[in-house]
Ligand binder design. Sequence first.
Ligand code: PGA
Length: 258
Amino acid sequence: MGIGQRKIRPLVAGNWKMNGLKASLAEALAVRDALTGAEGAFAADVMIAPPATLIGGFAAALGDYPLLLAGQDCHPKASGAHTGDIAAEMLKDAGASAVIVGHSERRADHGETNATVRAKAEAAHRAGIMAIICVGETREERTSGRTLSVVSKQLQQSAPGSATAANTVIAYEPVWAIGTGLTPTPDDVKSVHAAIRNNLISLFGPEGEGMRVLYGGSVKPDNAACLMAVENVDGALVGGASLKAGDFLAIVSAYGDT
Ligand code: PGA
């Protein structure tokens, strides 16, 4: 299917990671203004996940925005004695409509297991926001031919039974492609996304057919159109290139002419 005949509305999400201060609002406003000025010409939903400290201020400043906001992580519980943690309900209260869960940096740096990720996705659903569930293989897993089995297992164990096409997005992010400038070939992306789609259909039936599956890992303005044109790629999760409005908008504009 070409980029112009999609049945699923794509999502382009920017993951700012641990970057951004109040002054970064200028980037968010520039993205919002470009989307607003385009009057719907972008055939995709557009979202940024700034640090949690910025969500409330951004939500207030963006107003009735076509630019969506997300958190980068949440605690499984709604409240309680968990110093330093943030509940999905708090992200929603601050103005987020989604939260990224299971990013490989959190799986690696904080020892998050598939069970943890699943509990966090359930928390997002409980709070009434979308869960963006990340999966992806390491370099060693790819070179030893285990990509599809690793990704399928992550998906089966991280996606909760409460997942629907409206409340869940899957992001395939090969760990070795994140922040490295390396990307899989379009054929490799195609085969992993096909496996993810098959898994989603067997797990969730028709809901799995409509669930968005994003590609993430070194998406840049110069490779976005090629990656976004791959079958079963329903948008992008963008790290480094989402920090500057110009680069991020150039990626979003892979969907601008549809
Ligand atoms: P990158 O990060 O675009 O900087 O590779 C992607 C991500 O980690 O979500």
